[in-house]
Design a protein around this ligand. Sequence first.
Ligand code: F6R
Length: 241
Amino acid sequence: MNIIEVESYEEMSEKASELFIQKVRNNPNAKLGLATGSTPLGTYKRMIADYKKNGTSYKNVTTVNLDEYVGLSKKHPSSYRYYMNERFYHHLNLKQENAHVPDGTALDLTIECERYESLIDQLGGLDIQLLGIGQNGHIGFNEPGTSFDSLTHVVELTENTREVNGRFFQNREEVPTKAITMGIASILKSKRIVLLISGKEKSQALHRLLNEDVTENFPASALKKHPNFTLIYDKEAWKGV
Ligand code: F6R
């Protein structure tokens, strides 16, 4: 595990964006694993700024997102596809057909999960995966207790996760009860993993990750088994104040 401590959210985003931009410059066909939520926003802003200023091209890049809510179409403003369109895809020369998010409206969710996992395999695994973390240690929507062998699957969201994610919806009742997520084993297929932890709300998760053993009760601990895992956290997350 490679650990980078930085002063602030801004510095964390700077470091993460450098890693992703470098990957794309070195490999124009790079396969990027991406996440939604608040944490990666600064990283995406910097990647877009670099594209506009330096012309780093995403023409042949493929992106694969971690997860999507079941039942939300790509037009729903709280869907993860919509989030990615607004905050990333539409600002770069990335081809829509190369930008992948699970389809939460698929009629057969089991088939959709299998399709998504095959996609990852056909791509030969992702080159670099960006991750945020839940307060309970979830990665993607893999909640505590998820098997480390899990592939892309449908999950029932915990009340806590629905509560926390309610901020992205008009009201709490609107938050779906299910999602499709890459599993822990799917995430570990990536050649490199970068986990970002910022802010005091994530302090307990950070310290658990650093101090506790690898256990399915704390999903992010699986990352410690990965040979190329980089953790970037800021001082607020460390101090918890
Ligand atoms: C997002 C995802 C989630 C988030 C996590 C942290 O695609 O899979 O695991 O990374 O819930 O969310 P934020 O960054 O909003 O604190």
